[in-house]
Design a protein around this ligand. Structure first.
Ligand code: PYL
Length: 277
């Protein structure tokens, strides 16, 4: 998992209204709407519940320590969606304890290994990697006006890519799995085929050849420019949860509204919605 830098997220809080408009233009839905679509939740009900649902965001100093603006940005995203959100006064265990003592409904907190939301009543745990894969798959479904029976190439078979593949299969897409390490793609395929009720995926071992055959891409790698410029076509739709963005600048220009990418917003939104389910 790539560790975010402050520069990856410092723009988010002040840009949320504009980003919401951008998402509506690309997918037909807002940040909350996409998260509800991905979580198969009723948007009106979620909006109503969010207003009385308090989430305490707790910074964690362990490991590589606090990322500047991370907790404040998470709280800003939650507040923008209508949740009662605040950053705890103290980090770590003191912040977790205070959340319970102050009767918070949930906490959101991240160390160097996991970023999770925990519903303190139901004990539901929402994991950022799974939520991010799921919500970007949902966003691609919306951009494609229905991904069912379409072929999607998932680039990067880590936790985010595999969660995206699982969601895409459940939406009826045909999924190709690519990873720099072919054994990782094969292992993902095996885990995905073990799950009941989902379609079959296939492993693509040669990226250049694979990119000739797919016009729907789910880019979930930690590499820059993982999607070669020459492979980007006028029909291509790209959902890119990978950080840093795997699409070269010229490719972003070509794709325009056919590219969905952010570093935190959609994943946090899906985590929050899933805490209410
Ligand atoms: C959650 C992000 C998404 C991509 N990489 C993940 C990451 O950067 N994880 C580390 C988060 C550390 C947060 C720090 C703090 O400020 O509380 N412990």
């Amino acid at each position: 998992m790539t560790r975010l830098k402050e520069s990856d997220i410092s723009h988010i809080s002040s840009n949320l209204p504009a980003y919401d408009r951008e998402l509506s233009a690309k997918t037909g839905k807002t940040l909350l709407g996409i998260a509800c679509h991905a979580c198969r939740a009723d948007e009106m009900k979620i909006r109503e519940q969010a207003g009385t649902f308090s989430i305490q965001v707790v910074p964690v100093t362990a490991g590589q320590g606090i990322i500047g603006d991370f907790s404040q940005t998470v709280a800003a995203i939650l507040h923008f969606m209508g949740f009662k959100a605040r950053v705890s006064d103290r980090p770590d265990i003191s912040g977790i304890a205070a959340a319970f003592e102050q009767g918070a409904d949930a906490v959101m907190t991240a160390d160097d290994h996991r970023f999770v939301g925990i519903n303190l009543q139901t004990r539901t745990v929402s994991d950022n990697s799974r939520a991010t894969g799921r919500v970007f798959a949902g966003g691609l479904d919306l951009m494609a006006r229905g991904i069912k029976d379409k072929e999607v190439l998932v680039m990067g078979c880590g936790p985010v890519g595999e969660a995206a593949a699982k969601t895409l299969l459940s939406l009826g897409a045909r999924v190709g799995l690519y990873d720099l390490d072919p054994s990782a793609a094969h292992a993902s395929r095996q885990r995905l085929s073990d799950g009941a009720g989902r379609g079959t995926s296939m492993v693509e071992e040669n990226l250049d050849r694979a990119l000739l055959g797919y016009s729907h891409i789910l880019e979930a790698t930690p590499a820059e420019e993982s999607l070669p410029l020459e492979s980007i076509s006028d029909q291509m739709l790209v959902a890119a949860p990978g950080v840093p963005l795997g699409v070269p600048a010229k490719g972003c220009e070509i794709l325009g509204d056919r590219l969905l990418h952010d570093t935190l917003e959609l994943g946090v939104a899906a985590m929050a919605v899933s805490l209410l389910l």
